[in-house]
Design a binder for this molecule. Sequence first.
Ligand code: ADP
Length: 479
Amino acid sequence: MSDQPELLFIDGEWREANDGRRFEVEDPADGSVLARVADAGEVDAADALDAAVAAQAAWAATAPRERGEVLRAAYELIIERTDDFARTISLEMGKPLAEAAGEVAYGAEFFRWFAEEAVRIHGRFMSAPDGKSRLLTLKRPVGPCLFVTPWNFPLAMGSRKIGPALAAGCTVVVKPAEQTPLTMLKLADLLREVGVPAGVVNVVPTSDAATVVSALMGDDRLRKVSFTGSTEVGKILVRQSADHLQRVSMELGGNAPFVVFEDADVDAAVAGAMIAKMRNMGEACTAANRFLVHADVADAFATALAEKMGAMTVGRGQDDGTQVGPLIDSDAVESVSQLVTDAVHDGATVVTGGTAPGGPGHFYPPTVLTDVPAEAQINSVEVFGPVAPITTFTSEEDAVAAANATPYGLVAYAWTKDLARVMRLQESLQSGMIGINTGLVSNPAAPFGGVKESGFGREGGFEGIEEYLDTAYVALPAG
Ligand code: ADP
């Protein structure tokens, strides 16, 4: 990929790693090497943080409108270059080009949304209850931030953090996933081009995330860490943040229940399931993980879903007609295969799919399982692949109990035409987001985030920028 930046981006410059090392980025469709990217180590991490710290005061002092306009320009240019970004995303991550273009539109939108939020940062002024003093609050940027992002949405998982941070006046160091650094490097180049000053955004791909991230978090000048990834790694980072009490936002794993009640529009629920399950090949923390379907409609739902999933075209993301690309790596295929084998062992029936084709590339077919016992492992872990396990229920109470029977709490989907039930569900489902009669909740204008072991903090919406702002309070005499 010759026109693609493959170096570290530090202080507005493209650099080799201090020790000259590079690591390989692979095409998940065939294992071929797409690029050899500079491999940051501790010294490079320190350089990146130095640059972010040096740029912090000047960036925080820019006019909000100026920051907003740079972000708006980033939005426009990403959209203009949709095809180029989509191709890079598709190549390094595997998803079909059409889905990659969807990610570009979604990812770019965070720059537009936060361009608009940059000029709406405000505090308050009020009289103390006893009338003797006045209270003034103002918002300040938290300071230099570290972003650790996953491979499943190489652009959007970064822009969702960079947009609000830059709008708030923070500088950032981004550590993209080792599987997919190319999209983030391309974004860094675009941000430079639209006028983001040197040092405000730095990108340090590395094959040794643990070392680079610990080095950065061991520095008390770093004031904030925002992470999207597994709950396991999230917990490590929360522990590490304790040494310097860095602020943290954690977008972690999910185990989304997709509940179809007996009064649901089954065709609409199947169409929603196709989105909630198959978007990104099921490699999304919001992916429907467990299908809980009322026994009265379970057969109709399973048959229609299996027909649609079984008809999908699996192939290279860049090929015409591909609807399902490869999974990210061989470990992913192995883990999905194992979950399916175990479920079948526990009594599940394979309605479609169920066997990895083998051969080059990390492919796994869309798979529907019925009669999955509630206690099967596939119902308790994040599948992160194109497998829909269906379990039945007979009462709303049981469905809600099953939906909540997980340490996770990111998103829950429910299908029903009963308004009173909707009102009950929005209070009883333990998750940060709830989709009612829809298979898609992500929206740049909405607060994305979880509860329980899915983490804390919100991205997008009016809430998103608050993650990057501290509140300062000034006490004033009444006069
Ligand atoms: P996944 O299993 O989906 O790859 P991870 O949580 O392992 O999710 O990875 C998400 C991000 O966290 C990636 O950028 C990865 O490099 C980074 N990462 C993985 N392990 C660590 C660690 N020990 N410390 C810091 N970052 C890590």
